[in-house]
Design a protein around this ligand. Structure first.
Ligand code: EPU
Length: 439
């Protein structure tokens, strides 16, 4: 048996129900926020995914005790004995995630210093961290780059400031929030990201005692306080996981009830899903997504920061677009190389051509540069099973969708990467009647 390979016998519509868990892009950050409190925090609806394990390990290295709570999926995090961690241990834990960079502000507040090793995360572009370090410097941090990583100190403490982000980056906005809440004075952040996961992090921080206001023009104002307590919080549902299963239902001509999915955070996705020809029904407990029969429609799609079409929705939906009639245009404006996964779809029978030009309404940061960040998808094209090697988290899930929609058997290598963001996905596939097995 090879743990990292899944055999997928395609051609069976997904049918049934799966449970959507707490958002991967909120939960690890709420766990980091627990470092800022002086009493224990309780986080509910925590998925069993690798990013959570990484952050749990890093928190424990820093003296935070983390244990399961009374209900399933609950974590209790006690930060009363925060301490410095061994640099080599941090390095060993952190290499596979980008979250460690968010430890900077809280550790500077708690210990006066922090260490950040080289960072991992999905290979979907350069993934620089320059905004993060610029922000921390503005608060008063001194950063020294050494061979094994970055060493940070705050010799005169951290002070509120006025910051304008060059781009509404999710991680950098979180960096500002996690640093500003205990900094001295007021911080005003302009051009902030306003993703639902950021609003949920603000809710967490407000429960802890922080003072944060959000304007409608991407401006966030934080008034620093002297101390914060722990929180009790149920993480918002993972809109990216829900959209992934929705795309899988559409591409396989199936029907999936995503229990726990929430309409409010998915409005933009739902509009596009409907334009493509997918059907959905919202009730109090979740959303059912299905293929209503008949041809799907080609569309023009542009990814953007919230409230635009989220970049993580793009890859799964592109698989469904290979089954739509006509030419779809996709313009990826958040990451410069998030279309590389289409090469494998072409090997399965899709017809997707990549372009360096901005093929969308709005010219983006990547136009006139050497990034193939636009795609034209011609459909419908039948897909055949293939040998696939998973490139990144969302691309990996898209390969699974393609393999499920294809005729014949696919051998999907590297499925461990999918565990970074999708809880128990093999069991969920089983529950939906997919024909998958470990070789
Ligand atoms: N950027 C910089 N410099 C920086 C930070 C970002 O140039 O210092 C650029 C990035 O290269 C990118 C853009 O700004 O082109 C946006 O990056 P952002 O900081 O918003 O992304 P992130 O915080 O690193 C989070 C999610 C991603 C999601 C993006 C966009 C987490 C752990 N990751 O990444 O999720 O795609 O926001 O919404 O929250 C995923 O779930 O698969 C995933 C990649």
């Amino acid at each position: 048996m090879t743990d990292d390979v899944l055999l997928v016998h395609g051609g069976t519509p997904l049918q049934g129900e799966i449970r959507i868990r707490g958002a991967k892009n909120l939960v690890p950050k709420a766990m980091v926020a627990a470092l800022l409190g002086n009493t224990p925090s309780r986080l509910q609806n925590v998925p069993e995914i690798r990013d959570v394990r990484v952050v749990r390990g890093l928190l424990q290295l820093h003296g935070v005790t983390v244990r399961g709570g009374e209900e399933e999926g609950e974590l209790v995090l006690d930060p009363s004995r925060v301490e410095s961690a061994n640099v080599a241990d941090i390095d060993a834990h952190a290499g596979s995630s980008r979250i460690p960079i968010l430890f900077c502000g809280p550790l500077l507040h708690r210990l006066g210093h922090a260490f950040i090793p080289g960072l991992g995360g999905c290979d979907i572009g350069g993934r620089p961290v320059d905004f993060h370090f610029d922000v921390l410097r503005q608060f008063g941090a001194v950063i020294e780059k050494r061979a094994d990583g970055q060493y940070l100190e705050a010799p005169r403490g951290l002070r509120g400031c006025r910051i304008t982000l060059p781009y509404p980056s999710v991680g950098s906005t979180e960096q500002v929030l996690l640093t500003a809440v205990l900094a001295e004075g007021v911080t005003e952040l302009s051009n902030a990201a306003v993703e639902p996961e950021i609003e949920d992090l603000i809710c967490v921080l407000q429960k802890m005692g922080a003072i944060i206001s959000m304007d409608t023009d991407r401006r966030i104002r934080i008034t620093g306080v002297d101390s914060l307590t722990g929180y009790t919080h149920r993480a918002l549902p993972d809109r990216l996981e829900a959209a992934s299963w929705a795309s899988a239902a559409l591409a396989t001509k199936g029907s999936v009830y995503a229990r726990g999915a929430s309409q409010r955070e998915m409005m933009t996705f739902l509009n596009v899903f409907r334009k493509v020809g997918g059907a959905f029904e919202v009730d109090d407990e979740g959303i059912r997504f299905w293929h209503p029969g008949g041809p799907l429609n080609a569309i023009a799609l542009e990814t953007d920061v919230h409230p635009g079409f989220q970049t993580d929705w793009q890859q799964p939906l592109v698989v469904a677009l290979t089954q739509a009639s006509g030419l779809s245009i996709v313009h990826e404006t958040v990451y410069e190389s998030r279309l590389g996964f289409t090469e494998a779809l072409n090997a399965m029978g899709a017809r997707i051509q990549l372009y360096r030009e901005c093929l969308g309404g709005t010219p983006c940061r990547f136009g006139q540069r050497n990034f193939q960040h636009s795609a034209v998808v011609s459909g419908p094209t039948p897909l055949q099973g293939a040998d696939l090697v998973i490139p990144d988290l969302r691309g990996g899930f898209s390969y699974l969708i393609a393999a499920l929609a294809a005729q014949g058997t696919s051998r999907v290598h590297g499925i461990e990467l999918i565990n970074r963001g999708y809880e128990n996905f093999v069991r969920k596939l089983d529950d939906l009647g997919a024909k998958v097995e470990r070789p």
